[in-house]
Design a protein around this ligand. Sequence first.
Ligand code: NAD
Ligand code: WQD
Length: 337
Amino acid sequence: MKVLLTGGAGYIGSHTAVELMTSGYDVVIADNLSNSCKEAISRIEELGGNKVSFYDIDVCCKMEMEKLFSEQDIGACIHFAGLKSVPESTSMPLSYYRNNLDATLTLLETMQEFGVKKLVFSSSATVYGVPKSVPVNEDADTWCTNPYGWTKYMSEQIMRDAAKADESLSIILLRYFNPIGAHESGRIGEDPQGKPNNLMPYISQVAVGRRDKLYVYGDDYATPDGTGVRDYIHVVDLAKGHIAALEYAEKNPGCIAVNLGTGLGYSVLDIVKTFERANDIRVPYEIAPRRPGDVDTLYSDPSRAEKLLGWKAEKNLEDMCRDTWNWQKHNPKGYRE
Ligand code: NAD
Ligand code: WQD
């Protein structure tokens, strides 16, 4: 089957492309390279052992999307394309709503036109906002604290409504927790432009000497060591979750949300210490003020993914830290070497 990956040149999309290809799927990628680069496509082909049909297009452009669908016999779509920086979304909310919602609508309309019925969507644990309790399961209240989060919340709602109106549609809303790590080859990985917002790319850029030290945002949270606790998941486990979701979508029409996490919570200092131990490298850090909008603790109840998709995360925190460093040390400037 041919699977269209919007945003497939990005961090999670590139890892998913490789897993799909090694599982026998044909991969088509539509990406405007706004937060990725062409080199990722060559490396996906290298690891996947096959060619990718790559379209350098904006997913919001209906004409380009129609051209792609008329040239390729798409059986299912995975929708990664979107802008993803929480702070940027607060300063440029209109760009975030325009890009992320337009991309969702254009994809759904084109799928409808061409009779494509299966879709997996990159949603986020951000839709849980400030959770009432942890672990968080999919029935927990949803509410967002920033425009990026609202684009996920609204895209989910659009998809639920589309699936209600067309009972043959099958849509899986995957709510990712905190994806980190890289392919164990070190050939693909996370390559943020500018200063990273997220913890793990910041740590690996400190380790490789691109930044002086890590700023730990707050040590007075109600957690065992005072620093924020999250559910970090290896990006290759996450990628495999998409294949399990596609298989589920084959047999089950409707629209359902599924958490992809490990169910374990680790603090910022747990991550720093594990990274140092796993890689035998020092990560200098300094305690800094809390980052506005951060919650104390957020981790998943991943039991629905195991029950419905037969998927469970397999890699541990050491694997995540080791594979991140393997990617970073071999690609100190990311793909731009
Ligand atoms: P990424 O930025 O590496 O990948 C997104 C890709 O989409 C990029 O390659 C970018 O060029 C492309 N893109 C953006 N807008 C586009 C458009 N209009 N047309 C075509 N291509 C476009 O991000 P990622 O970390 O791989 O995330 C993938 C998806 O998962 C995103 O939707 C993100 O919001 C979601 N998500 C990410 C995380 C995370 O922590 N990385 C967590 C939860 C959800
Ligand atoms: C993790 C922990 C920080 C950076 C974000 C999005 C979420 C989802 C995943 C897309 C927190 C601390 C961080 C640093 C630090 N993305 N930290 N110093 O905030 O859980 O989730 O990415 O959907 O929507 O909000 O991830 O990696 O930014 O932070 O101390 O330089 O690390 O305070 O406790 P977060 P993160």
